[in-house]
Design a binder for this molecule. Structure first.
Ligand code: NAI
Length: 496
């Protein structure tokens, strides 16, 4: 394989869009075409209302898509999959690989039908040699299976090389993650053709990533490394969340525990923030996929170990809602409650597997009246998520209102529940005017902080009862007749 001049990316989603934008940006001579079956998505990518929200994404897209000064446009969006595939030498496959919902492995195994269908399209239309790149997260050995399909249906004389090149970007920080990745991982066959394909892909990345950060290995290791990375990241969150339950029961403070352990360089500080639980399209699906693979390899102990990471996450969400119900005197019927944040984390409009969906479902089951505020999530998206719960849309519509202002959401409410750690100046929950909120809420006023973003003692001074994750609540302390904890001095300077 010589130098790559044309790249096609199949799948214009959270991975395909930003990855292609950065690749095109950093390689002005490379033509990058992103294709998708969804006309709506492709039209949005061609406009200034991109289909996904990521800080810095619009600028990155515009520069390559529209060109600027001396720069020629080199990023294209299209629904003509066949043409883009036929023309490209290198094809990134970044289609969705969600959890299977029916059949063998339902609820655990990865659904590979979109991936296989994209590979079949490539095999059918390709008339020249192609390098196919697995960008989607797939189970270990997928490349091997795809090789079989390609050799069975590909045109005679056309050679395919499959590489594994998993994506490690995190939503909300996709652009900086892509601009300065910790590492680029490329897995290939250890043959002359495999190594040369890997080298061609490495050259594309080398336009902006230092060579020493581009690592190569065999395909199986590379595929498994992606699942391993997500499993380990999710495991840290579940570990700190499991400890948060111990904190709530003892009077220890998870923020202090996390700070203390994180200073150990072997442990490190990142991903040790206790919360209502992790969400997002990847952690749960990838951990369950790893557990399922382990199960099929007759490693039940390994499967159980990884499954417990997801179990703790479900337990954490459940514990949080139970605490809300208990604090509100075990009756939520017709009580107005504000839900602040619906996205699974800040700086994204993505709601896939958001803890908010589970919490809202449990509270509506108690007949609470919820007003939801999120600065980034589209109304249509909230309804579509709520429709898929056990409660169903009619009752959701009866019990849930969507608000465009955080203060409207809080007015007349018995409690405020923070589910996303929005912290930008304009709409961030920790910076909002809590004194004003206090003036419009019903008494007693509760704040349930599922992200540990508010300054507990400042809010307590305003008369709120504050329940954070992994800290003893104000209510329980009053019951026991002791003084609320929280050394005010250590909190000074942080936003209320
Ligand atoms: P997504 O759902 O946002 O995008 C996938 C796109 O592929 C959709 O627009 C869909 O219409 C399109 N598609 C499906 N089948 C197609 C076909 N045969 N031809 C053309 N287009 C097709 O998914 P997302 O979040 O971008 O994830 C993609 C993959 O990347 C998944 O395997 C995921 O596990 C992995 N990943 C996701 C990360 C994230 O933060 N979202 C991070 C790292 C990896």
């Amino acid at each position: 394989h010589g130098k790559v001049t044309k790249v096609c990316c199949i799948g214009a989603g959270y991975v395909g869009g930003p990855t292609s934008a950065v690749m095109a940006n950093k390689n002005p001579d490379l033509q990058v075409t992103v294709v998708d079956l969804s006309i709506k998505r492709i039209e949005a990518w061609k406009s200034d209302q991109l289909p996904i929200y990521e800080p810095g994404l619009l600028d990155a897209v515009k520069l390559a898509r529209d060109g600027d000064g001396g720069r020629k446009p080199n990023l294209f969006f299209s629904t003509d999959v066949d043409t883009a595939v036929r023309e490209a030498e290198l094809i990134l496959v970044s289609v969705n690989t969600p959890t299977k919902i029916t059949g063998t492995g339902a609820g655990r195994a990865s659904e590979l039908s979109y991936f296989e269908s994209a590979v079949r399209t490539i095999a059918e239309v390709a008339t020249t040699d192609k390098i196919i790149v697995e960008k989607s997260t797939v189970p270990c050995r997928t490349a091997e299976n795809m090789r079989e399909i390609l050799s069975a249906i590909g045109h005679p004389g056309v050679n395919f090389e499959i590489l594994s090149n998993p994506e490690f970007l995190a939503e909300g920080t996709a652009i900086p993650d892509l601009m300065e990745p910790d590492r680029i991982l490329i897995g290939s066959l250890n043959t002359a053709a495999g190594l040369s394909a890997a080298a061609a892909l490495a050259d594309v990345y080398a336009a902006w990533v230092p060579r020493e950060n581009i690592i190569t290995m065999n395909t199986f290791s590379s595929e498994l490394a992606k699942l391993a990375a997500n499993a380990l990241l999710a495991q840290r969150i579940s570990s700190i969340n499991a400890l948060s339950a111990v904190c709530e029961a003892t009077g220890a403070d998870i923020e202090e525990v996390s700070y203390a352990v994180g200073l150990d360089t072997r442990i490190g500080r990142k991903m040790l923030k206790a919360s209502v639980g992790f969400g997002g399209s990847c952690f749960k699906k990838d951990v369950l996929s790893l557990a399922y693979i382990s199960e099929t390899l007759h490693l039940p102990e390994v499967a159980a170990y990884w499954r417990s990471v997801v179990d703790i996450n479900e337990y954490q969400k459940d514990r949080f809602t139970k605490r809300i119900i208990q604090c509100l005197f075990n009756s939520l019927k017709n009580k107005k409650i504000a839900i602040l944040g619906f996205a699974y984390k800040k700086d994204t409009g993505d709601t896939r597997e958001s803890a908010a969906i589970t919490v809202v479902e449990s509270l509506v089951a108690e007949d609470a009246k919820l007003s939801i505020y999120d600065p980034r999530v589209e109304e249509e998206q909230v309804w579509s998520d709520l429709k898929q719960t056990h409660i169903g849309l009619p009752k959701m519509k009866e019990n849930v209102t969507l608000c465009s202002s955080v203060y409207d959401a809080c007015a007349d409410s018995h409690a405020v529940i923070i589910l996303t750690e929005w912290d930008d100046t304009s709409s961030g929950m920790p910076r909002m005017d809590w004194a004003h909120v206090a003036s419009v809420m019903r008494r007693p006023m509760f704040v349930f902080d599922g992200r540990n973003v508010v300054d507990k003692s400042k809010l307590e001074d305003l008369g709120f009862r504050v329940e954070c994750i992994g800290k003893p609540g104000s209510a329980s302390f009053r019951e026991r007749g002791s003084v609320p904890s929280g050394r005010k001095s250590s909190q000074e300077g942080s936003p209320v």
